[in-house]
Design a protein around this ligand. Structure first.
Ligand code: GLN
Ligand code: ZN
Length: 768
């Protein structure tokens, strides 16, 4: 019979237990022992859940205190020198991730960037010249022992050497990091032998890099790597996900491994060639349940399509989620407030495992008893699943004829500003009267406990609408005062009323649903709760105007209207599966366009439309980029172009490499773009100068993700560097991102230094 297994379980905990644990440790409310104990409890709980759900080969090594890529860096001794000669322990791990850890000196945190096309962030391995790789597998071994207390049927999960190296960066850009591969492979071999000696039979090697268009030399290196990793005493399951393998499929199937995991949700075409090519001993793991979305699978259709394969392969067919379940929330069982119909369409991690188990049970040979009933129970679940799939297709719950009509009437002219940037900028300069190198922030100010308390009191009905509004206005007023005192030029209202930049809009837009506990890890202890797009999107009433108007009334300086852009709302939600992304996005863009026009109407002179997820929406395969960029830029412009020339449109992006999408950024035609650059030392700006980025640019001058106060001198040197790339007349001065995760004390100190740096540079460049 086919067996069900899991590639990885969300480590954060259904109630975000992991977040609480590490944050308690960082704030020194608990010590290291308590932290470690909490981790053991959580891991055990997750293994038990998976065991109860009927999973085989429980994953070990999918847990992480912060990030799995960072774990590998520690395990291989890839620790940048600035952290000193330290042991690869938890303290070092947190220092590398955050720049600080209890009882140690601060240091610059490692760079963080997005894990493939997800909203999960990993810490970029830094390969310094002369790095001394050294294997420290103790933590993994210890987790293995813990797992043994739950089950003996285990599978160790590692990031494969190719992907690990691919995601890293050589500190000396001239250096080809593939040259580290031989040494790295020695460590992997040693590790595999170590695992074999500890009785491990299966190791899952995650190689999502294989679904991208890897350059030929990387692919050849990969072939050599897997030759080298064969015969180390364990069986290897080569796991690829986030897409199909395309023209590489045959080659990948020829690698000397014992099994393959393939993403059948995104690479549906991969079925047939696979079992034709399999040798008699080989295993194939079909990723049939979507690990990237929250919709229930259509098990009926799946069981039909898998039947032939199951008959042929028997227990060499494994069924799995398409990728690790890291990217979906833990348990739908905690959701009590969703409409019943919608809820019946959904599945979170725990439910997805159940789906796998049910599927395995109804496939040929699947006689093993399901918990809660045998084959009949499974058959009943299949019938329900088919009924849900049918209901979803026909539900009027999801249709809005007016929205469909508006989308069909969109004209190209609606996606263009009236005049060119050159003309607009003159009008805007005259109207705004800003100094050179204007200073601003990205939008949010610290989300204090007081703000959070007010929001949850409002939610539970303890606080009246009126008192809530007054409370928020008070926060806005204080934020404006702070900014005036600091001498910033363009102010923000501070986003106190927003729990999250996407959820806030999801709550106010039609066609979205919000979960109570649908948390997904974004980076470290930070989680997001993506809204669910289940229907056509429209805007019943203005969403932000009242707050921004209030903020503007408190000051004569310009206050930026602040919106989350259509691509980001789409990317950070769970989208419906029955409409193209471009169509969903157009609907969101039209709703935002009205908001932008209402803000303008209310006298707001600058409107920022954040698109931090713009780049992350890119397909993993470059050949599909042009099509995405075409509709993505059009949607942004659709949202932003319905205003007069005098109204200044800003956008903001972070965690991105901009080099390869710079033309699309030009195409967005925002008057000002603020971007994250501090962690990478302004390296990102080269592209902007190479392509002669024509509009205004605010390269972030300090990293807001680390709790350190940046020095004036450092920011000046970054700005000087920026001025080499883009003319100082078009430069803005701002942090890397919003400040909501920071405390006021450090925020004040940091912005104080930033404003001084801008003033001094104005003088230095003779711009005052
Ligand atoms: N305006 C948002 C903020 O300041 C932008 C956040 C983001 O880019 N992720 O929080
Ligand atoms: Zn940002």
């Amino acid at each position: 019979m086919a067996i069900a297994h899991n590639l990885g379980f969300p480590r954060i905990g259904a109630r975000r237990e992991l977040k609480r644990l590490v944050e308690d440790y960082w704030a020194e409310r608990i010590n290291l022992e308590r932290l470690e104990e909490g981790g053991r409890v959580l891991r055990r709980h997750h293994w038990k859940l998976q065991l109860q759900a009927g999973m085989f080969r429980l994953p070990v090594g999918d847990f992480s205190w912060y990030d799995q890529v960072l774990d590998h860096s520690l395990m291989f001794g890839v620790i940048p020198r600035r952290f000193g000669d330290v042991s690869p322990d938890l303290v070092t791990l947190f220092r590398m991730a955050r720049g600080r850890a209890p009882g140690t000196p601060d240091a610059r945190a490692c760079e963080m960037t997005k894990w493939f096309d997800t909203n999960y962030h990993y810490l970029v391995p830094e390969f310094e010249p002369g790095v001394e790789f050294r294997l420290s597998p103790e933590r993994l071994y210890a987790e293995l022992e813990e797992a043994r207390a739950v089950s003996n049927d285990l599978k160790v999960v590692l990031i494969g050497p190719l992907t690990y190296l691919w995601l890293g960066k050589a500190v000396d850009p001239e250096f080809d990091r593939l040259r580290f591969l031989p040494r790295l492979l020695e460590l992997y071999q040693e590790l595999l032998r170590g695992l074999a000696a500890r009785g491990v039979h299966w190791v899952q090697m995650d190689e999502p890099a294989l679904v991208t268009e890897l350059p030929q030399d990387w692919w050849s290196a990969g072939q050599n790597a897997y030759q080298a990793l064969a015969g180390q005493g364990v069986r290897l399951l080569l796991a690829t996900y986030f897409g199909g393998l395309g023209e590489r499929l045959q080659d990948v199937l020829e690698l000397p491994v014992d099994g393959w995991h393939l993403d059948r949700v995104r690479g549906a075409d991969m079925m047939e060639p696979v079992h034709a090519a399999l040798g008699p001993e080989k295993v194939v793991s079909m990723g049939v349940i979507d690990g990237r979305n929250i919709w229930r699978a259509d098990l009926q259709t799946l069981s039909v399509s898998l039947r032939g394969c199951a008959e042929q392969l028997k227990d060499r067919l494994w069924l799995a989620p398409s990728c690790s379940l890291l990217h979906v929330p833990v348990d739908l069982g905690l959701e009590k407030e969703l409409p019943d119909e919608l809820r019946s369409w959904m599945a979170f991690a725990v439910q997805k495992l159940r789906e796998l188990r049910v599927l395995a049970a109804v496939l040929p040979g699947g006689t093993r008893v399901l918990s809660g009933g045998g084959r009949e129970a499974a058959a009943a679940e299949i019938t329900t699943s088919a009924a849900v799939a049918a209901a979803r297709h026909t539900a009027d719950f999801s249709q809005d004829t007016e929205v469909r009509e508006q989308c069909s009437m969109v004209q190209e002219s609606m996606a263009r500003r009236t005049s060119t940037y050159a003309k607009r900028s003159q009008l805007q300069r005259a109207r705004l009267g800003l100094p050179a190198l204007p200073t601003t922030t990205i939008g949010s100010f610290p989300q204090t406990p007081e703000i959070r308390r007010a929001r949850s009191a409002r939610k539970s009905g303890m606080l009246s609408k009126e008192s809530y509004r007054e409370g928020m206005q008070e926060h806005i007023r204080r934020a404006i005062e702070e900014q005036e005192r600091l001498g910033l030029d363009v102010l923000v209202h501070g986003e106190a009323e927003r729990n999250d930049m996407v959820e806030y809009f999801g709550e106010l837009l039609q066609g979205f649903a919000i979960t109570q506990a649908g948390w997904v890890q974004s980076y470290g202890s930070r989680c997001v709760k993506p809204p669910i797009i289940h229907g056509d999107v429209s805007r019943p009433r203005p969403m932000t105007v009242e707050w921004i108007r209030y903020a503007q009334e408190q000051t004569s300086k310009p206050v930026k209207g602040m919106l989350t852009g259509p691509l980001t709302i789409l990317s950070w939600s769970f989208p419906r599966a029955d409409l193209k992304r471009s169509e969903i996005c157009t609907q969101i863009a039209l709703a935002l366009r009205k908001e932008v026009q209402d803000l303008e109407e209310a006298g707001v002179r600058i409107i920022q439309i954040d698109e931090p997820a713009f780049r992350e929406g890119l397909p993993l395969r470059r050949s599909q980029w042009p099509a995405y960029l075409e509709w993505a830029t059009r949607c942004f412009r659709l949202a932003s172009s319905g205003v007069a020339d005098e109204t200044q449109i800003h956008t903001h992006m972070c965690y991105s490499e901009f080099n390869d999408i710079i033309e699309a950024l030009v195409d967005l035609d925002a008057d000002v773009i603020t971007i994250e650059t501090a962690r990478s030392n302004m390296e990102l700006l080269e592209a902007f100068s190479r392509f002669q980025y024509p509009n205004e640019l605010g390269p972030g001058v300090y990293d807001i993700h680390a709790p350190l106060v940046p020095e004036e001198e450092h920011m000046m040197s970054l700005l000087r560097k920026a001025a080499e790339h883009i003319s100082a007349e078009r430069l803005w001065v701002n942090p890397d991102c919003g400040l909501k995760t920071r405390a006021w004390r450090e925020t004040r100190a940091a912005l104080h230094n930033m404003v001084r740096a801008a003033h001094r540079l104005r003088a230095e460049l003779g711009l005052t």
